[in-house]
Write a protein that binds this ligand. Structure first.
Ligand SMILES: NC(=O)c1ccc[n+]([C@@H]2O[C@H](COP(=O)([O-])OP(=O)(O)OC[C@H]3O[C@@H](n4cnc5c(N)ncnc54)[C@H](O)[C@@H]3O)[C@@H](O)[C@H]2O)c1
Length: 257
């Protein structure tokens, strides 16, 4: 039984990128706290697997295949969730990813792809879901940006992440703008993960620079998807009702501003 301030019983949540590491952990955390969860991902099998885990908590679950980087696809996906669940109370924008490449090798298409996946996805989902949130209490949008959106890159320091950093910086600005505009019904907050140990990051977290990178993290460990999910759950909860426009670092102290 979750603490009453974290209790999400009766709420409907959507997690984009819900088939991935952080999205999956977030979907499970929301379900454990009592929410029904729609798991949206471009990968059908991954969405199905996490939706099955949500159902194990005794919640209604739905796996939906959808491309978060295309507005029309987002609208169709959001409508599918609304048809099934009747409303959406909690939107968690997790879909994203990086393709680190030197700035001079990146062209307009690369920048557009990075922005579509990381920034426009959060905008499109918010744009499609917010209208039915307005006028209802305790509505939530939680965006996942990145430590890169604040300090320009991630470890190792020499790997360029200019496109990703710009797009995630955009997510931070979007969060602040929407927080003002969608108040008082909807809170909009953002989580900036640091280096999370996953199969995507193992070349770094298990690579030759592992110890050097670890030495830059005061908490002396890499993050886990569950570390990010804990912040998502808090922002989704009633306990966070008076917090909006907040950009929260979940990075073990690697970057403190
Ligand atoms: N892992 C880290 O260290 C880290 C650090 C900072 C920020 N982040 C951010 O956290 C989020 C999740 O990262 P993760 O580590 O869980 O990665 P992940 O690859 O495990 O999860 C991303 C999910 O998004 C899905 N996806 C990709 N393109 C999509 C699209 N167009 N439409 C819908 N779904 C799509 C993928 O299939 C995947 O399931 C991303 O936004 C990422 O930028 C991750």
């Amino acid at each position: 039984m979750p603490h009453s301030l974290l209790d999400l019983s009766g709420r409907v949540a959507v997690v984009t990128g819900g088939g991935g590491h952080i999205g999956g952990a977030s979907a499970r955390a929301l379900a454990e706290a009592g929410a029904d969860v729609a798991v949206v991902d471009i990968r059908e099998e991954a969405a199905n697997a996490v939706a099955a885990q949500v159902a194990e908590f005794g919640r209604r679950s739905l796996a939906v295949v959808g491309d978060a980087s295309r507005y029309e696809a987002v609208r169709a996906t959001a409508d599918e969730v609304l048809d099934a669940f009747g409303r959406i109370d909690v939107l968690v924008n997790v879909a994203g990813g990086s393709e680190p490449r030197p700035f001079l090798e990146l062209g307009p298409d690369d920048y557009e792809r990075a922005f579509r996946l990381n920034m426009m996805s959060a905008w499109a989902w918010s744009h499609c879901v917010a209208p039915q949130m307005i006028g209802r209490a305790h509505q939530r949008i939680v965006n996942i940006a990145s430590i890169s959106g604040k300090h320009g890159g991630g470890p190792p320091a020499t790997v360029s992440k200019s496109a990703y950093a710009s797009a995630k910086g955009g997510v931070i600005g979007l969060t602040k703008g929407l927080a003002r505009e969608l108040a008082p019904d909807v809170t909009v907050n953002c989580v900036c993960p640091g280096l999370i140990h996953t199969t995507n990051t193992s070349r770094i977290t298990e690579g030759p620079d592992r110890d050097a990178i670890l030495s830059t993290i005061p908490k002396a460990r890499f993050g886990a998807p569950e570390d990010v999910a804990a912040a998502v759950l808090f922002f989704a909860s009633n306990g966070a009702d008076w917090i909006t426009g907040e950009i929260t670092d979940v990075n073990g102290g690697q970057y403190i501003d």
